[in-house]
Design a protein around this ligand. Structure first.
Ligand code: AP5
Length: 213
């Protein structure tokens, strides 16, 4: 099964996608995590992405489409996947369908996590991510057992550079202008489902499972 998880910054895509992938035996593909890994390794791709990322802008479509196409071509998609952070524009959604068509696959479900703006801002302000495994924690809703230390792998917890208030404002604007239209793309083909992402994480997960089944 191939699933796209949609929603604005802070909606809980990363939190739920990793849980959904382990529950359904799918591969979790998170383009934000991939870009953060490229940036911390100082690769050419990471250097190209850094300015856009830190300002809260989208990395250009041609770079992102090449990155996803290479991943699918190199690693195959037979195991199925949960995509988190891709597609983020209508051209990315069209390109994804084309790439999957080559291998006889398709996105079966796109699920949108709906969360109010006030709650998004509150969640992002409290988020810390692990520098090692990238798992998100939250100082309010899911604080780590030991301050500054990842519950999953013991790595160091830090604030993301694009979680600064100016970058968050920009990301929310970019979401409305460039990513929200992706919902219409999947709605037209009958693949879109809506989930209330403002519930507690366990409840969101049950709603999500019901939406993809
Ligand atoms: P990316 O890393 O994908 O960020 P994002 O889409 O802005 O989403 P976030 O990671 O902020 O939020 P999330 O929905 O995953 O929420 P999370 O689970 O962490 O992308 C970053 C940047 O990379 C982009 O701005 C762009 O520059 C670039 N980029 C990436 N992909 C791209 C693409 N395809 N094209 C172009 N550019 C691209 O949860 C948030 C917080 O809330 C956490 O602290 C969590 O613990 C907490 N939380 C989660 N669920 C709940 C709940 N139910 N109740 C209470 N708290 C909760």
């Amino acid at each position: 099964m191939r699933i796209v998880l949609l929603g604005p910054p802070g909606a809980g895509k990363g939190t739920q996608a990793s849980r959904l992938a382990s529950n359904l035996g799918l591969v979790h593909v998170a383009t934000g995590d991939m870009l953060r890994a490229e940036m911390s390794a100082g690769t050419e791709l990471g250097k190209k992405a850094k300015g856009y990322y830190e300002a809260g802008d989208l990395v250009p479509d041609d770079i992102m489409i090449r990155m996803i196409a290479a991943l699918i071509e190199d690693e195959g998609d037979e195991a199925g996947m949960v995509l988190d952070g891709f597609p983020r524009t209508v051209p990315q959604a069209g390109a994804l369908d084309e790439v999957l068509q080559h291998s006889g696959g398709a996105i079966e479900r796109a699920v949108n996590l709906r969360v109010s703006r006030d709650e998004l801002v509150r969640r992002i302000a409290g988020r810390l991510i692990c520098t090692s495994c990238q798992r998100p924690h939250n100082i309010e809703s899911s604080p780590p057992g030991k301050e500054g230390v990842c519950d999953e792998c013991g790595g160091e917890l830090v604030q993301r550079p694009d979680d600064r208030p100016e970058a968050v404002e920009r990301r929310l604007k970019v979401y409305e202008e460039q990513t929200a239209p992706v919902l219409g793309y999947y709605e037209k083909s009958g693949r879109l489902r809506q989930v209330d992402g403002e519930q507690d994480p366990d409840r969101v997960f049950s709603l999500l499972l019901a939406a993809v089944r």
